[in-house]
Design a binder for this molecule. Sequence first.
Ligand code: ZN
Ligand code: ZN
Length: 343
Amino acid sequence: MRCWDVDAVFISGLENVRYLTGFTGSNGAVLITGREGYFLTDFRYKIQASKEISVYKIRCCNRLLDGITKLIVKTDIKRIGFEGDKVTYDDHSRFREKLPDRVLASLSNELGRIRIIKSKDEIKHIRKAIDITNRGFNIAAESIAPGVSEKDIAGLIEDEVKKQGAEAVSFDIIVASGYRAALPHGSASSKRIKKGDFVVIDLGVTYKGYNSDETRTFVVGKPSQRQKTVYQVVKESNVKAIDMVKPGVRASDIDAATRDYIKRKGFGRYFGHGTGHGVGIAVHEPPFISPCSKDILEEGMVFTIEPGIYIPGWGGTRIEDMVLVTDSGPEILTTTSKEMVVV
Ligand code: ZN
Ligand code: ZN
């Protein structure tokens, strides 16, 4: 806390709360002072908290914010760091009202990065989530056919991954076929799959609180020349980006190389999102592999590489892998083949 120039830190984002305490419920906050660590929750989670949390003193209160201010008021803490991107404007105002003589300092950037390096156990959970995701893609490959709706495919995938031990899907499964494949985030609709469609499937699952995130693009029937070209460019850009991964590399340089390659091949204006993002307790977390990222890669980071080409009215392709930074370079955690799958 010294390096952040604060005397205490108040954490209310559930991802960081889980990371620090192991608490899996939906309402909790942490206050860490120089000497003590407190965990606050409401009555519903009293028993659960006592089972899941060991090193923090547990306090039950109706409003977490009131509980936190009550604890602070008894101390000589002057500066309190908090997650500016998690606390609402109303709560911040209330905080200031109750503690007018204390200084609140937003540490969004710093606290947003405490989970950036993954431990062996975290990587183990992520690998398991990826393994389950793989099963989902196997079912997709077996089920995609002309006449089947995107929602049907999403339903089959979801049933399978839950059967295989996923706690939940990390986000609404994206199944985007034909012209809808040009929507980078096209959640499964009632559209029926047709011969000649590209089908983009983006799937993430949660296992022991950790997520996976993977995209594969299928082709229904014989691919056209244009489909082959687009797929090849996306695949090459994915491989080039992954090859650059090693400690010390700037995330923005990976993004630039990926973007330049797609541009050189003539599809630059069809790739409008970042190249990748960290994955862990949150599906989207630092580091960010994007043009404005300041992140420098370090051993133990886990993130996606997910270039895509999206052509309005025609369709698109995305290939998304998860990568671990090791001291000797990239380790691709995703196990599904990235060759074009014709179904
Ligand atoms: Zn994804
Ligand atoms: Zn992603």
